[in-house]
Design a binder for this molecule. Structure first.
Ligand SMILES: [Zn+2]
Length: 68
């Protein structure tokens, strides 16, 4: 399951009902909903060079923590 950031829950959530879409510029994106609140989530999949380097965290800390 792809993960995305839910602005309503202010947390990373699994994207349910995820569908892959190709945008006009040829990039792929995942569109789906938050499993908790149902807010539409949209995650752009990195094409080639990732503009936003994401820290690789193999194990996300479980349990709601204060991310901010
Ligand atoms: Zn949510």
């Amino acid at each position: 399951m792809p993960e995305g950031y839910c602005v309503k829950c202010k947390a990373k959530k699994e994207i349910v009902d995820a569908v892959e879409e190709v945008m006009k510029n040829g990039r792929k994106a995942i569109k789906g909903r938050c499993p908790t609140c149902g807010t539409v989530m949209f995650k752009i999949l990195g094409g080639k060079a990732s503009a936003t380097p994401q820290p690789s965290n193999p194990e996300a800390p479980s349990g709601g923590g204060s991310a901010s």
